[in-house]
Design a protein around this ligand. Sequence first.
Ligand code: UDP
Ligand code: UDP
Length: 442
Amino acid sequence: MSDSVVHVALFPSAGIGHLNPFLRFAALLVQRHCQVTLITPLPTVSLAESELISRFCSAFPQVNQIQFHLLPVDDATVNSTDPFWLRFEAIRRSAHLLSPLLASLSPPLSAVVSDISLFSSLVPITDSLCLATYILTPSSSKMFSFFSYFPNLLASRKSIPPLLCVPNSLFENIFKEDSPKITKLNGVLLNTFEVAEAQTLEALNGVKVVKGLPPVFSLGPFVPCEFEGRDQLGAILTKWLDDQPAGSVVYVGFGSRTALTRNQIREIGDGLMKSGHKFFWVVKDKLVDRDDEEGLDEVLGHELMESMKKQGLVVKTFVDQAAILGHKAVGGFVSHCGWNSVMEAAYHGVPILAWPLHGDQMINAEVVETIGLGMWVRSWGWVGETVVKGAQIEEAIKEMMGNESLRLKAAELKEAGRKAIGIGGSSEVTLNRLIDEWKKKN
Ligand code: UDP
Ligand code: UDP
């Protein structure tokens, strides 16, 4: 093999939020003539994941896909009922099977990049094969900083994800077990950029968070790719958006795995109607898309559904979110602050009304608020703590849509994000440095 051929194996975990950044990163590597092997744990939890993997593999036939069939896991041995987290654990418990596969790849691997939730089960294997191991985290650098500092965290802060406060829960165990092992990694890759998270990145790279932390590479904002485009709804939605004035539409979407109670969903409908703004709303009634069978009439109630027709478009399918955020009609985003969503909003310069609900989302919302990309009504709390009323939602939407300084700040961040990934920008320079590092490992 030539010295300059870089071959990287990518190992994402369950859920679109974990898959998307890996596929966008894979596209970046292919553009730079790296060879990519994509390990896809099967079966996927959601339909959206399996469809996305198929589209990716058709768009990039040069990528070598390893279909990784997992060992069955007795769910009773995992302290969680969340299907995505059960799958995290199943992948962790099967990871040792990858050893012969990784060893047999040709040309030999320059590096393995794993999801943050899988790395501790992978490191013993990559160590024995003398392979450099990196992680790509699907969240903010602030969340990563929290993760790496977790063993030292004694004070209870309000934004600590509640699931980490449940003793012996799956996540508490993973955090406790994995966080001290980060020092074994060769590097940490992040979908973020300097202007968005300057202070945290500086602290992480300046040994101010945890001693022995590997270098952190900020490579974002990752650019949504063409292969992600889904044609469903394309024509109707595009026509509807095309007919709206620039910056007038509120887009509401809570990511790929957040279902709300029917009560809360109806309050959102009420708030959107009262706000007087046009809206495009993606309703999710079930955690996993395969289970999401009931129609909108049933979820929203016939009356609300009918009354909304003049003011908005409501769907209950997986949509091409990045394309929606990139449409000029969209002027605001009601978001749960999954980090992919935050970076997509920054990339397109769309202000956010942050409504973090669980997991890392409050930590991400803190970033959104600090950099001025959005506003956050902290009193709404974690999911299930309270039902946020239509009138509160109405008021917050009006505030976000009418806030000129948010709009300007979001536009500035869009420019800064594009500069970061453009030639000579901080993320582009960092990516080249990373690839050079991999070339040297050949
Ligand atoms: N997404 C999408 N269409 C949908 C829902 C989600 O394209 O209907 C994408 C979204 O653009 C993002 C990812 O799925 O890239 C969700 O990741 P995020 O980190 O925002 O949240 P999560 O789903 O992990 O909670
Ligand atoms: N996370 C982590 N280490 C792990 C698993 C998760 O640091 O081993 C972080 C990561 O930042 C992730 C966040 O916890 O984005 C939330 O967990 P999860 O990914 O399950 O939530 P989701 O994004 O799927 O809603």
